[in-house]
Write a protein that binds this ligand. Structure first.
Ligand code: F6R
Length: 494
């Protein structure tokens, strides 16, 4: 999460406007998701001002409304649609064809229709959000499962009280139709604005407390591109913030050197059961041959894999048996976690994090190997987020190191990896056997050949300091190399 702290509400609004104008300069036909409420008013004012002074063409932008009181239409004076019309659309001269309102006159079918509409327009490029004092985003109140998409929500008493000022009757409606956390997570970028002392505790819970459905905004920590712009008052309860970043130091593990200190335990977490050997099987083989302990963890059951003529239950069993077989080849134990995020459109829950934390506490590894949090495959990225969050919830002295491996869905750029592991022919042959243990997959797609080719490619390109751009020359690493990104949890002042 990128965090920009500003002095005042006006500065927050101005910074947010520059952010949006930049995006529109890059993508004039962007899909913008819009929040209502007090917080974005200043931003909307700035946008109107900019359009007038800079003559910006917004005719290709599409606007998507975030949430609406149930049964309200945009023409109703107390509706959120009306707020947007007044605060933004009319002053900007936006044509009705550019606006998608939440269909709050409809029921469940309206929710599905709205989801389908967003998807058919190529998803939201930038979602603007505010946060409630209780940590809500849109009308996702505390306790809302993160996997929910557009749905009808019952508003909490807190929220109804906070919004009563917008209703002449002094009473806020009890229900709303709202994009869900999972809808918001699908946006390509998120811009979260927060202002005022009354939001300081919500900001603290979002950034510093364990990720939980009790603070819906905390799930934003799992989105790869969130910018939080907040003013001094909103930031007043936090001083420092945790950030994961790549270790600057380069570590090259030639076969002639011992790899790690004696008897370290390494946990390899596979988002799908076959990812461990594909991602880092050569390194696992080398670690084992040098006397270290390994433990394999399958984060999901992987039952959606294509295994013709099988039922879901059969696929669960086939894939579990294959993962067991793989671990057995490495003479190591296997833990099948089958986390729920795999069943819920890859969106994790706090229960998933607790389950992984429990395994960490039981196994006490010194290093965890994981897919990267930047992996294109959502199962891989969210598995990495679960792991990062579970590690950060441990006491500092209990925390293992975290190394990301690359794989078929995600290759490192030249500056990403900072650990280079040389593997022998024997290491590679165990890696290939590990991949082939997943017969149901490798008989369909030759992941073994792809993984071997990648290790050879890395062995050829990595020694070229010019290509790897670390400045230092890396000695020749033989025929096979696997690379990792070692990431470090750092606390920085806000
Ligand atoms: C509004 C919305 C809400 C608000 C939040 C903060 O569309 O979805 O989540 O962003 O309640 O409201 P303000 O900015 O009025 O404090």
């Amino acid at each position: 999460m990128r965090i920009i702290k500003t002095a005042t509400y006006d500065e927050m609004s101005h910074t947010a406007a520059i952010f949006i104008l930049n995006l529109l300069y890059e993508k004039p036909n962007a899909n913008l998701g819009l929040a209502t409420g007090f917080t974005p008013k200043g931003l909307y004012r700035e946008l109107i001002q900019s359009q007038r002074t800079l003559n910006i063409d917004l005719s290709q932008v599409s606007f998507f409304h975030l949430d609406e009181y149930l049964g309200y239409r945009p023409t109703d004076s107390e509706s959120m649609g009306h707020f947007l019309n007044e605060q933004l659309f009319q002053p900007l001269n936006v044509s009705p064809s550019q606006i998608a309102y939440v269909p709050a006159l409809e029921n469940e079918s309206g929710c599905q229709k709205y989801e389908a509409l967003i998807a058919s327009q190529g998803e939201i490029d930038l979602q603007i959000l505010g946060i409630g004092q209780n940590g809500h985003i849109a009308f996702n109140e505390p306790g809302t499962p993160f996997w929910k998409r557009t749905h009808i929500a019952q508003l909490s008493d807190d929220t109804r009280q906070a919004n009563a000022r917008y209703f002449s009757s002094g009473e806020t409606p009890s229900h709303a139709m709202t994009m869900g956390p999972a809808t918001i997570l699908k946006a390509k970028q998120i811009l979260l604005l927060v202002s005022g002392k009354n939001k300081a505790n919500a900001v603290k819970a979002m950034l510093q407390e364990p990720l939980s459905e009790d603070c819906p905004a905390s799930i934003l920590r799992f989105h790869p591109r969130v910018t939080l712009i907040l003013d001094q008052d909103a930031a007043s309860e936090i001083d420092e913030c945790a950030f994961w970043s790549g270790d600057e130091q380069l570590h090259v593990h030639h076969r002639s050197d011992g790899f790690l200190k004696p008897v370290q335990k390494v946990m390899v977490a596979a988002p799908h059961p076959d990812d461990a050997s594909i991602g880092c099987g050569g390194t696992l083989a080398r670690l084992k041959s040098e006397g270290h302990e390994l433990v394999f963890v399958s984060m999901s059951s992987g039952h959606r894999a294509d295994i013709p003529g099988t039922t879901q239950q059969e696929r669960v069993e086939i894939r579990a048996a294959e993962a067991q077989h793989e671990a057995h080849l490495f003479q190591s134990p296997h833990v099948l976690l089958s986390l729920d995020f795999y069943e819920q459109g890859y969106i994790p829950s706090s229960a998933d994090i607790q389950a992984f934390k429990k395994v960490l506490k039981q196994e006490k590894p010194q290093i965890v190997f994981s897919a990267s949090d930047k992996d294109r495959h959502p199962a891989h990225a969210y598995s990495a987020h679960i792991i990062k969050e579970a590690i950060s919830q441990l006491a500092p002295f209990e925390r293992p190191e975290l190394w990301f491996y690359e794989g078929p869905w995600f290759l490192f750029e030249r500056d990403d990896f900072n650990v280079v592991v040389e593997c022998s022919q024997a290491d590679m042959s165990l890696k290939l056997q590990g991949i082939q243990a997943h017969d149901s997959q490798v008989s369909r797609k030759r992941y073994d050949l792809a993984a071997q080719a990648l290790s050879q490619f890395r062995a050829i390109t990595t020694p070229e300091s010019r290509l790897s751009s670390f400045g230092a020359e890396i000695d020749d690493c033989g025929e096979f190399v696997e690379v990792f990104q070692r990431v470090i949890l750092d606390y920085r002042d806000l």
